[in-house]
Design a protein around this ligand. Structure first.
Ligand SMILES: C[S@@+](CC[C@H](N)C(=O)[O-])C[C@H]1O[C@@H](n2cnc3c(N)ncnc32)[C@H](O)[C@@H]1O
Length: 479
């Protein structure tokens, strides 16, 4: 592979263009929406998945343009780390030396050139027009030069060059698959812990692919024939479906909340607790960190079917409101408390037969869902959250009746939040805390064989292996 510098002197190219042409065109609305969301993520820590739908609606985009805006926004945010390296290589300066608005335009342009079928002239011209609109006329020549240089080489060539410029195996993978290097190292450690380190690249690739829309039909509340019409039921979760088409919100509304959009890993985590042992009528269950309520709705349906009672708890009042909404589809009353979960052992000592501790975590297992999330997290988050996870575990332990079961769940595979928290709890509680064979429980629940690594006492699900978020599940009994 020849160096890009051989074809287009990188030091000169972007700056040596003739005077920028005045853009003739208006920026296409889908690109403007994508730019606005990407800029809001950078400037205001906005969440793309929350902001994008309202921007699409405000701009009055038709279905095709809405799909384009979504692809451009999510794709650009996900691959930002890779595009930044390409831009640095071409512009011969680090991205922090580029006007942030222009940098966003360049990222969006690079995505169109390297990862979509948008014609080169459209990607470049629209980006130049956008730079003129959101930055300055003087930025147009720079934008034009950088993007024209990028357009002259293929994605594979740029992948080769950015890797050549990067030191270290994990760092090369990080830039190639657009993850922070510390996240790559954490994912490698988690895979190594179950003897599957060779799957790292598959995992990083899976993090960059939008997930399918998974549905859960709440047990006992949806007619089997109606459920069968929802989509493909060839899933691991016995209550799961992959939506075959159409609007998931419409499906949820049609079923009055008894069919819910929910990752299969989350479905399996909730079922691991409800089906770990036969339900004795009258059991009291607690969902300690319930917001926004996906697992609470499923646990409520399971509790109702088995004659148990569920109580939900969520610290953040607005999220407690989401839990109440999520529970609306399940007949009966599920109280939703708004307590700090770390105090539940004092307010409700030894009161529950089963507790779901779906702990606040970094969410490193759900990177494919939240395109910008990987750039927001840091190792400090892991350190802080693992302390909170330990406190919540101890509180749950104190609130559990002897003989009761805890499910400790995270949507992060980081060892500091998974085995680290589990081993800490085992060390603190000694023989009062028994680890249950979580893999056996999951295998008995799953509708299809699950390939689960490790020693079987805990379960780590993976996007690349199971098509789920990287959900960690560990079951314990209190003695
Ligand atoms: C991973 S989410 C739970 C997801 C939920 N189980 C579901 O399936 O929809 C963790 C939740 O814990 C809440 N939380 C954080 N700290 C808490 C605390 N000290 N006590 C109770 N809830 C807390 C967060 O607000 C967040 O809603």
């Amino acid at each position: 592979m020849s160096d890009p510098r051989g074809q287009t002197p990188r030091r000169n190219t972007p700056r040596s263009n003739s005077a920028p042409r005045r853009p003739q065109q208006q920026v296409q609305p889908a690109r403007l929406v994508a730019y606005e969301v990407i800029a809001a993520v950078r400037e205001a820590d906005a969440y793309a998945n929350l902001l994008l739908p309202s921007r699409i609606q405000k701009a009055g985009l038709n279905a095709a343009d809405a799909a384009l805006a979504t692809e451009l926004t999510y794709g650009t945010l996900r691959m930002q780390g890779f595009y930044d390296k390409v831009i640095e290589l071409v512009a011969d300066r680090t991205v922090d030396k580029i006007d942030p608005a222009v940098l966003d335009v360049l990222r969006l342009g690079a995505h169109q050139l390297l990862a979509t079928r948008v014609a080169t002239h459209a990607a470049v011209n629209e980006s130049v027009a956008l730079a003129s609109q959101v930055a300055s006329r003087s930025a147009t020549g720079f934008t034009n030069g950088v993007l024209r240089t990028i357009s002259r080489s293929s994605l594979e060539e740029w992948q080769g060059w950015v890797q050549e410029e990067t030191e270290g195996a994990d760092e090369k993978l990080a830039v190639l698959h657009s993850h922070p290097a510390w996240v790559v190292r954490a994912l490698r450690s988690a895979l190594d812990a179950e003897g599957r380190g060779d799957e790292l690249e598959q995992l990083l690739e899976a993090d960059n692919v939008a997930p399918k829309v998974n549905l859960a039909a709440l047990p006992g509340l949806v007619d089997a024939a109606d459920a069968a019409a929802l989509g493909d039921s060839d899933t691991f979760s016995p209550i799961g479906f992959v939506l075959s088409g159409g609007d998931p919100v419409g499906v949820t509304e049609r079923f009055g909340g008894r069919v819910r959009v929910q990752d299969e890993g989350s479905q399996l985590a909730a079922l691991a607790l409800s089906r770990a042992a036969a339900i004795t009528p009258g059991e009291r269950w607690l969902d300690l960190c319930a917001g926004p309520g996906g697992k609470a709705a499923l646990l409520a349906a399971e509790a109702r079917a088995g004659g148990a009672e569920l109580i939900a708890n969520e610290l953040v009042p607005a999220r407690a409101g989401l839990v109440r909404n999520a529970l609306a589809g399940v007949p009966g009353d599920v109280p939703v408390l708004e307590l700090d979960g770390t105090t539940i052992g004092e307010t409700h000592p030894e009161q529950f037969d089963r507790i779901m501790l779906d702990a606040p975590c970094t969410g490193l297992g759900a990177l494919r869902r939240r395109p910008e999330a990987r750039w927001r997290k840091s190792p400090n988050d892991v350190a802080e959250l693992s302390v909170l996870q330990g406190k919540l575990f101890d509180a749950a332990f104190a609130a559990l009746k002897p003989g009761g079961i805890i499910a400790y769940v995270t949507c992060s595979p980081h060892l500091g939040e998974t085995l680290g928290t589990v081993n800490g709890a085992l060390a603190r509680w000694g023989d009062k805390l028994e680890q249950l064979p979580t893999r056996d429980v999951l295998e008995a629940i799953a509708a299809n064989p699950l390939d689960i690594g490790g020693n079987g006492r805990t379960v780590q699900l993976w996007p690349h292996r199971h098509g789920t978020d990287a959900m960690f599940i560990a079951l314990f009994r209190k003695h």
